[in-house]
Design a binder for this molecule. Structure first.
Ligand code: GDP
Ligand code: IMO
Ligand code: MG
Length: 426
């Protein structure tokens, strides 16, 4: 059985958590392949809202195995907080969750380095979630990092002290005050708790399950436009958020990837700094933020809002090899009489239909087409046949532009508010 992948096509927060939870009954294993507690994946069911950061979004279903893959970075403190919140709702969590020994650990000093670096950047700051993601991946590629498997070795504390000392030397170069003592005590206590979990060589598990005919869904974090190679660099995260990231982040060979579900909002949002060609700085953007409740699941920051961006989506579909599209938050656009779609840009006076290298340029303006809206509450619909014709037109218009079938339409945050769709393109 090949491994299916679900990932974001925009700047994150597309609704990955919700849809992974909806799709989990079809799978045996759900595996996170990159990112860490910078992610906030929201799920809602039975009137309960839950936000996951490190743990895969299949965790609420019994008899499913959730894997934190080698490509993920783990902060033991945040991980244990997630566990503590989950044990009230999830039985035998240890049986449902395994962690790769090769996943890297976020140290308290990584978080300090993230904060010091952002502070020093001033106006140029990335708008990082300050969870220590960048510094941890830097230590991974710099071959200095600590991995989950290291906590099982007798000299772990020495390895920790050595890395912490390196970080203290770097921190001394910043005008940045800190006190590590309290964070460190808590972190070391959480490392002890982490030892109680099933720490495994997850690449073997994934491939054995795959060979045994089990269905695996790889869950992405962040979004394609935050990818370290293909995102709006340097305003990106520090991992490969794209399909290729599922290969390296789980140990799945490229020829073993099956369906690639690309998820996008019916409009566009971004949290943190960086270019956003179709961003709305006006009252329309404010209405979108309010209607869509666009506030970060991890940091609570207001998300920047704008119309859907076709060239950016086409790029994401190309990079990821998307086979099926999932559109979320269609209900939010019920707020608007007309809906705009960015189809190209005017860049340095020239019309272009792709994302240029220099996306940052101030001299880049979106070109819009306008489509009629539907102005109808969608949140109680139970079948795709019930959707208003102008929403159907919007979906068909996007499918044509994107040359990829839209097979799921989400009309609200709850599990149940999900419409399956048979596409003519499928
Ligand atoms: P993720 O990071 O991709 O998992 O997305 P987030 O959880 O950060 O953000 C998505 C937000 O939109 C969450 O608050 C979800 O509960 C909510 N959401 C997901 N799908 C829909 C939808 O179709 N309509 C509405 N109104 N909200 C949705
Ligand atoms: P999910 O998985 C939205 C953004 C941050 C910042 C940039 C770098 O919930 O979609 P980092 O902390 O990674 O160094 O921050 O990336 N960012 C996200 N934005 N959703 C996320 O995750 C994000 N994870 C990071 O706001 O601009
Ligand atoms: Mg999120």
């Amino acid at each position: 059985m090949k491994v299916d992948v679900l990932l974001g096509l925009q700047w994150g927060d597309e609704g990955k958590g919700k849809v992974v939870d909806v799709l989990t009954p079809k799978y045996d294993v759900i595996a996170r392949f990159q990112g860490g507690p910078n992610a906030g994946h929201t799920l809602e069911f039975d009137g309960i809202k839950h936000v996951l950061h490190t743990i895969p979004s299949g965790i609420f279903h019994s008899n499913k195995l959730n894997v934190v893959g080698n490509g993920v970075v783990i902060d033991p403190i945040i991980f244990m907080k997630e566990i503590d919140a989950l044990v009230k709702m999830v039985d035998n969590i240890n049986d449902r969750l395994v962690i790769s020994r090769k996943a890297h650990l976020i140290l308290p000093s990584h978080r300090l380095l993230d904060a010091a670096s952002e502070q020093a950047k001033g106006k140029q700051k990335i708008g990082s979630t300050l969870k220590g993601i960048g510094p941890t991946y830097m230590d991974k590629t710099g071959r200095n990092g600590l991995r989950v498997g290291d906590i099982e070795t007798p000299d772990f504390k020495t390895k920790y002290d050595n890395l912490k000392r390196k970080h203290e030397q770097i921190l001394a170069q910043f005008d940045f005050e800190y006190d590590l003592t309290e964070m460190e005590t808590e972190w070391l206590a959480c490392i002890e708790r982490l030892k109680q979990f099933s720490l495994i060589d997850s690449e073997h598990l994934i491939n054995n399950e795959r060979k045994a005919g089990k269905k695996i869904l790889a869950e992405g974090a962040q979004g394609t436009l935050l990818d370290i190679d293909f995102g709006s660099y340097p305003f990106v995260t520090s991992s490969n958020t794209i399909t290729a990231g599922a290969c390296t982040g789980l140990g799945v060979a490229p020829n073993q990837i099956g369906e690639v579900y690309g998820i996008f909002k019916a409009y566009c949002t971004r949290v943190g700094s960086g270019p956003f060609p179709s961003e709305l700085h006006d009252e329309v953007g404010d209405r979108m933020r309010k209607a869509g409740n666009e506030f970060g699941a991890t940091t609570g920051r207001p998300r920047r809002c704008g119309w859907i961006d076709i060239p950016a989506l086409k790029y994401a579909i190309m990079i990821n090899g998307v086979t099926q599209l999932i559109m979320t938050k269609a209900d939010v656009l019920s707020e608007f009489g007309n809906i705009k779609v960015c189809t190209k840009y005017i860049h340095r006076g020239e019309e272009i239909d792709y994302l240029p290298f220099d996306v940052l340029s101030d001299d880049m303006k979106p070109v819009y087409e306008e489509l009629p809206g539907w102005k109808e509450d969608l949140t109680n619909l139970s079948s795709i046949d019930q959707i208003p014709s102008s929403l159907n037109n919007y979906i068909e218009y996007l499918e044509k532009q994107l040359e990829t079938p839209i097979t799921i339409v989400s009309i609200g945050p709850d599990r149940k508010q999900t419409l399956m769709r048979k596409s003519e393109l499928a």
